[in-house]
Design a protein around this ligand. Structure first.
Ligand code: SAM
Ligand code: SF4
Length: 447
């Protein structure tokens, strides 16, 4: 998930921007620099960029793990924690995808069983070291958890339930992600049995030809059917993920998708512009140049139309019915108190990062020291704090009081007020619609 060069590229770019911006004298010069930033980001951005970047971590020697393991875990406020379980297998590779996936082969159930057992080892490590915690959300996601067969699915969910249910918050949100083509009633009933109460479907587009072109193996009709069936079985907390600006997407087709999705009776929509990744098949076969102006025009239309249909925007890509902000989504983008059970993931507390082996085979074969621990310094801690704040819609002034490197944060806020990205009030700073639109740019502009 984390690509060091990727993050480093942004860091270098923004260092240059900051230097130029601070010496720019006229508004024209400043707005020219701003346009450059927008263009750079839109051509290069990823979903959610992270900070601190790995270069700034200091690896702790594995010989110290045993002695310090408990400390690493305990120096985290676990009072409310979000747990992410990741299943890294897919049936085939979609053409827009650059994720670190493993496509199923004939040993499917064998591999998935081994993988789930490894997750269980990590769960035990967590439980052994963290005495007191409340689980606010659980998320079972990414690549394709819905391809687990019924036995593996039951095995995974029952284990999560057995290990954690005594620590569930009373309003716990448990989400599960589906590729629509792996949906079936039996799996849906298993989810219900284990108290999953939020479903997320990766739809991307309702256009059957485009679905085929991106190597998805369901149709528009499948999506309507599974939403209906989910509701009948009582799941009414539903998200769907969409992508616009796919190579075959002209304005009319994007608008058709938007009209369909905005009228669906669901309570959450995630709407991304396509990111062209170098490694994705699409990039080689059907690359369409990013036209920043058109992408932003369509973004504005997404925001307006969803708003007219009673969806509030709370992050650049996230829209929820009324005030139903999904706990998961909100916590994920803010990367707040997350613990990832996944071979290629990392989690943070304010001092340490926890990282697994990125390589699946290494991860599976590692018997001891399942996690690597890293330290990072207070400057990076403050910068990380700013990134986290920037993913909210308000910053309380009182929260700035305990910051050590306050000049750095004040400098950023001053520039953002000048750029009309932030409005200052007596007790807080409110982040404007313009902020939401450029959120990730701003979050990383000064790191
Ligand atoms: C983290 S991905 C989960 C991937 C999921 N297995 C899928 O089938 O797309 C969540 C969402 O990100 C979006 N997404 C994935 N790759 C993308 C890309 N290259 N550009 C834009 N959005 C993308 C899709 O809407 C996807 O549903
Ligand atoms: S299902 Fe998702 S993770 Fe798997 S190949 Fe397709 S886009 Fe990538």
């Amino acid at each position: 998930m984390i690509d060091n060069n990727y993050n480093e590229k942004f860091r270098i770019f923004f260092k240059k921007f900051e230097k130029q911006y601070l010496i720019a004298k006229t508004n024209e010069e400043k707005s020219f620099l701003w346009d450059l930033v927008v263009e750079y980001i839109e051509k290069n951005r990823d979903f959610v960029m992270q900070y601190p970047i790995v270069q700034y971590w200091e690896k702790i020697k594995s010989s110290e793990y045993n002695k310090l393991e408990k400390i690493f875990f305990q120096e985290y406020c676990w009072s409310e924690v979000n747990l992410y379980f990741h299943i890294p297998f897919c049936k085939t590779r979609c053409t827009y995808c650059n994720f670190h996936i493993i496509t199923w082969d004939k040993n499917k159930s064998l591999i998935s069983h081994v993988y789930i057992n490894k997750l269980l080892k990590e769960i035990d490590l967590f439980i052994k070291n963290v005495d007191d915690f409340k689980v606010k959300t659980i998320f079972i996601w990414w690549w394709t958890p819905s391809y687990l067969d019924e036995n593996d699915l039951e095995y995974l969910l029952s284990t999560i339930q057995n290990k954690f249910q005594n620590n569930y918050d009373k309003n716990i949100e448990i989400s599960f992600e589906w590729n629509p083509d792996s949906f079936n009633l039996e799996k849906l009933k298993i989810l219900k049995k284990y108290n999953v109460n939020r479903l997320s479907f990766w739809v991307q587009t309702f256009n059957n030809d485009i679905l085929k072109n991106i190597n998805r193996t369901y149709t528009e009709k499948t999506v309507y059917e599974i939403i209906d069936l989910s509701k009948k079985i009582w799941f009414n907390n539903i998200n769907i993920d969409m992508i616009y600006w796919l190579p075959w997407h002209n304005y009319e087709l994007m608008k058709m998708d938007l009209d369909i999705v905005s009228k669906l009776d669901i309570n959450h929509i995630t709407y991304y512009p396509l990111y062209y990744y170098d490694e994705a098949i699409l990039n080689k076969s059907n690359k369409k140049e990013n036209n920043i102006k058109q992408i932003y025009n369509f973004y504005d239309e997404v925001v307006d139309i969803l708003w007219e249909n009673k969806f509030n925007q709370y992050w650049r890509e996230y829209f929820c019915k009324w005030n139903n902000i999904s706990n998961y989504q909100n916590n994920f983008v803010s990367n707040w108190l997350l613990y990832w059970f996944w071979h290629s993931a990392y989690s943070f507390n304010w001092k340490y990062a926890f990282k697994k082996d990125h390589n699946l085979n290494n991860y599976l074969s590692r018997m001891n020291n399942l996690i690597d621990f890293y330290k990072y310094d207070s400057e990076n801690k403050n910068r990380r704090l700013f990134v986290l704040w920037s993913r909210n819609i308000k910053i309380e002034k009182s929260k700035l009081e305990n910051i050590q490197n306050i000049d750095y944060i004040k400098k950023i806020i001053k520039i953002c007020i000048e750029l009309k990205l932030i409005k200052e009030f007596d007790n807080c700073y409110e982040l404007s619609g313009k902020w939401l639109k450029y959120q990730e740019i701003l979050a990383h502009m000064f790191v």
